[in-house]
Design a protein. Structure first.
Length: 218
C-alpha cells in the first residue's frame, strides 16, 4: 500500500499519522455534536478528547512494546517513540481511554455511563478510520491466503511481509467497525438506560475482534 504519502523537504508524511489525525478530528466533531444533542457542553468533549488521545497513544504504544516484540525495542529503544510508523495496539488504547473517562467524569461530576454513551459513536468511528491507517501502513496484517481478495504488500516501507498474499484483516475489521458504528448511531436515540450504548459497543466489538483475530498473522 502507501505507508509514505509524500515528502516535504525530505520529511516523510506517513499515511498512518495522517489517518489517525483524521480519525481524531472526525471523532471530535461527532462527539461534540452528540454532546450538544444530549444537553452537554461540547467543550467537555474537546477537553476529554485532548486527554483521551494523549492517554490512548501512550497506552497503545506501551501495550505494543510490551506484548508484540519487546526484544526488538530493547535493542532499539529510540524506536519506541516512532509511532508515526505504526505499532499502536488497540487494547492498550482502549484501556487507557477507559481509565481517562473514569478520571474525567469524576473530575467534572458527570455520570460515567451517560458520558460514555455520548462518546461511543465517536470511538468506534475513530477505530474504523484507524483500520484504514493500518491498511495503508501494512500493520495488523493477516495470515497468508489464496483467496481472491487477498492483499499483497510490495512497498518496502510497509510493516507487512512483502510479496505474500495475505488476509486483509485490516479491511475485515474496518467493515465490522463501520457496521458497529452504524448500529450504535442508529440506536443512540432509543437507549433505555445510561450505559446501554457503551455496553452494546463493547460486546459487539469484542465479538468482531474475536472473529478478526482468527485471521491475523502478526
Amino acid at each position: 500500500m502507501y505507508p509514505i504519502l509524500f515528502k516535504i523537504f525530505g520529511f516523510e508524511i506517513r499515511a498512518y499519522g495522517v489517518m489517525i489525525a483524521i480519525a481524531a478530528i472526525a471523532g471530535t466533531i461527532l462527539g461534540a455534536r452528540e454532546a450538544k444533542r444530549r444537553g452537554l457542553n461540547p467543550e467537555l468533549v474537546y477537553d476529554f478528547v485532548f486527554y483521551a488521545i494523549l492517554a490512548a497513544i501512550i497506552g497503545s504504544r506501551i501495550y505494543y512494546v510490551l506484548f508484540f516484540d519487546p526484544a526488538y525495542f530493547i535493542k532499539n529503544p529510540l524506536e519506541m517513540f516512532a509511532i508515526w510508523k505504526g505499532g499502536l495496539a488497540i487494547h492498550g488504547g482502549l484501556i487507557a481511554g477507559l481509565l481517562t473517562a473514569i478520571w474525567f467524569t469524576k473530575k467534572h461530576g458527570l455520570s460515567f455511563w451517560f458520558f460514555t454513551d455520548t462518546v461511543t459513536p465517536s470511538v468506534i468511528l475513530g477505530q474504523a478510520i484507524g483500520r484504514g491507517a493500518c491498511t495503508l501502513n501494512g500493520c495488523s496484517y493477516g495470515k497468508p491466503t489464496n483467496l481472491p481478495w487477498a492483499i499483497t504488500f510490495t512497498n518496502p516501507d510497509a510493516a507487512a511481509p512483502l510479496g505474500i498474499p495475505l488476509h486483509p484483516t485490516q479491511l475485515y475489521e474496518l467493515i465490522l467497525d463501520l457496521t458497529i458504528f452504524a448500529a450504535v448511531f442508529l440506536f443512540r436515540k432509543k437507549i433505555k438506560f445510561n450505559g446501554q450504548l457503551f455496553l452494546i459497543y463493547g460486546m459487539a466489538y469484542g465479538i468482531a475482534r474475536f472473529i478478526v483475530e482468527g485471521f491475523r498473522g502478526d
